[in-house]
Design a protein around this ligand. Structure first.
Ligand code: GLV
Ligand code: MN
Ligand code: MN
Length: 584
């Protein structure tokens, strides 16, 4: 049986022989990595192999890609694949393609080779290692054909490393069981949606309540004392032996955006639950109480105000929000009462800062930074602040055929200018980003000049002064555009969240755990908002990011990660938790 320690102690030729087949027909990778031994961990070995490819010549990298067979290609049909490839392609049922699927794959293979000059490579065992469906493979193939060459080459190489990762697991008999458990749980609750297609889980809908109940059941099974609080947060407590110990909180949100991803928020609940379960099974207690919170609401989808769950925990929940209505005219108070919650008890959820050791949130990165650096994990330095507004523009609806261009008061044309103003004002300034994510011509008709238009603004930056200056300029610009076009504008601020720096003490503790896992510590800013921003108002916070696949896409069903990265994040989280003392 090959082990990490045998790989570390074999002579160089033995090391290369042991890793034969990990990188398809490319023994040079193991040859060059041999001198970097000993490896502290499997993660360190994987990074060393990846580093060899990163520092190889362009021709060598192309050679590595070209050493791979086509998917369900001629070599597969002729039975000429390596044993590893044969098994992988069969695990995804590629050997069982219908005639139509074969024809599609042959066409895609030919188009892809023509366009990029190397074969399409995909780790067909997928994010969990158990195999993608043929439909998923064909969809990915078609999507990646649209990439530019440099991006696609980088993606193909990432897939080569993912294939190597899965093959290394098999070689060393390693199963990322906690990671796979978390992915399976995410899959189960990811299927409960407000919509027929995709994952939408908005505050207090039937899918949301079902998700909360399931998370609570998993927490109970993990050995935690649980309750669902007045705002819908699912709270699991893994108590220390000393009842007077302080509490470390962790968690994230279980609501989603419309048609969102399965890991945004949920990873940060499910991973700690899986870790507590492992602690409980071993009978191991921590020197402080650990609370895992599934925050009920962070995304702002149903009632437009964000952080409903975490603001209740920090004592900042604005009770006036209870009268806010959703698009169907249901008030938040009504929705809470109808789902068995007690809005009047929301203020009692607030925690006392003196009881807390801190808050740590694990979250998928939702961007491409870790992916492009080939790193599984990152330590967050700060979370960008954000300002959000709703804007209503009112012009004059009139006949599209008879109103001369110079006599129009077109609300949508004003909105279009505003979209471009946001884009230009927020371009070229480090960390500043601006988005108009909602844009609507209510009751518009093809042949009517838009008399009204509604839009949203979302402006974020790491530095509050930079964000606020951009907001001032954009609001002034909107007034100027509207004055020039004879449009009346109304604006509502719906979110104002200051940037939240992470605690250097907790960042260092997380960073040290990352390094103990054999992975270099890498610090990065979070452009996305997180519950940790709210929690920073009452306690020290830190965040651990995990790599996001598929180019870093999130708030999209294509959001993905791997069981191996989840496993590593779990190992780091557990090590971090053990490294903290009762006093900090
Ligand atoms: C939350 O996901 C946000 O950053 O909008
Ligand atoms: Mn989100
Ligand atoms: Mn999130």
């Amino acid at each position: 049986m090959t082990t990490l320690s045998s790989l570390n102690t074999l002579d160089a030729a033995g090391f290369v022989a042991a890793l034969n087949g990990i990188y398809e027909h490319s023994p040079w990778i193991a040859q060059r990595a041999a001198s970097a031994r000993p490896f502290a961990s499997l993660a360190a070995l994987k990074l060393a192999l990846q580093d060899v490819v990163d520092t190889a010549s362009e021709d060598e990298r192309l050679g590595l890609l070209r050493a791979h067979p086509e998917l369900a290609g001629k070599a597969a049909i002729a039975g000429e694949l390596t044993a590893e490839s044969t098994g992988e392609q069969a695990a995804s049922g590629l050997n069982l393609c219908s005639a139509e699927e074969y024809a599609t794959l042959q066409r895609l293979n030919a188009e892809y080779n023509d366009r990029f000059g190397f074969p399409f490579i995909l780790a067909v065992k997928g994010p969990t290692g158990r195999g993608l469906t043929r439909t998923a493979i064909i969809d990915t193939f078609a999507r990646r054909l649209k990439n530019g060459r440099a991006d696609e080459m980088a993606e193909a190489l990432r897939q080569v490393h993912r294939i190597a990762e899965i093959r290394l697991n098999a070689l060393l008999g390693v199963t990322p069981s906690i990671g796979a458990q978390v992915m399976d749980w995410a899959e189960i609750i990811g299927a409960w949606s407000d919509a027929d297609e995709g994952l939408t889980c908005a505050y207090l809908t039937p899918a949301h309540c079902r998700t909360a109940a399931q998370i609570e059941a998993w927490m109970m099974d993990a050995g935690m004392q649980t309750h669902i609080d007045a705002v819908g947060n699912v709270v699991g407590r893994y108590a220390a032996t000393d009842p007077n110990a302080k509490t470390l909180m962790t968690g994230s949100h279980y609501d989603t955006v419309r048609n969102g991803g399965k890991y945004d928020g949920r990873l940060g609940i499910l991973l700690p639950v899986a870790i507590v379960r492992a602690l409980h099974l071993r009978g191991e207690r921590l020197p402080y109480h650990l609370e895992v919170v599934g925050f009920a609401e962070e995304e702002g989808v149903r009632f437009r105000s964000t952080f409903l769950g975490s603001s209740a925990v920090t004592g900042q929940f604005d009770l006036d929000r209870l009268d806010t209505q959703d698009a169907d005219g249901v008030s938040m108070r009504q929705a809470l009462l109808e789902t068995g919650h007690h809005p009047a008890a929301i203020p009692s959820i607030a925690r006392r800062p003196e009881d807390l050791l801190g808050f740590v949130e694990v979250h998928i990165e939702q961007g491409p930074v870790l992916l492009e650096r080939g790193l599984p994990l990152g330590v967050v330095t700060a979370i960008a602040g954000s300002s959000r507004y709703l804007v209503e523009l009112r012009g004059v609806a009139s006949h599209a055929g008879t109103t001369p261009m110079g006599m129009r008061r077109d609300a949508a044309a004003a909105a279009a200018e505003i979209v471009l103003l946001v884009e230009s004002r927020c371009s070229g300034v480090p960390s500043l980003v601006g988005t108009v994510g909602q844009l609507e011509v209510p009751a518009g008709s093809v042949n009517v000049i838009p008399g009204a238009c509604k839009l949203s603004l979302d402006i974020r930056a790491a530095d509050d002064a930079v964000r606020l200056a951009a907001v001032d300029d954009i609001l002034a610009g909107i007034s100027a555009i509207c004055a020039r076009r004879g449009i009346d504008e109304k604006l509502w601020k719906i979110v104002e969240a200051e940037a939240a720096p992470c605690s250097p003490r907790l960042m260092d503790a997380l960073g040290a755990a990352v390094e103990r896992a054999g992975v270099p510590r890498f610090d990065l800013l979070s452009g996305a908002g997180h519950d940790a921003m709210q929690m920073a108002q009452i306690t020290d916070v830190a965040m651990l990011f995990t790599r996001c696949g598929n180019g870093g896409i999130s708030h999209n069903p294509l959001e993905t990660m791997t069981a191996d990265d989840a496993e590593l994040a779990g190992q780091v989280l557990l090590d971090f938790l053990r490294s903290l003392s009762a006093g900090a």
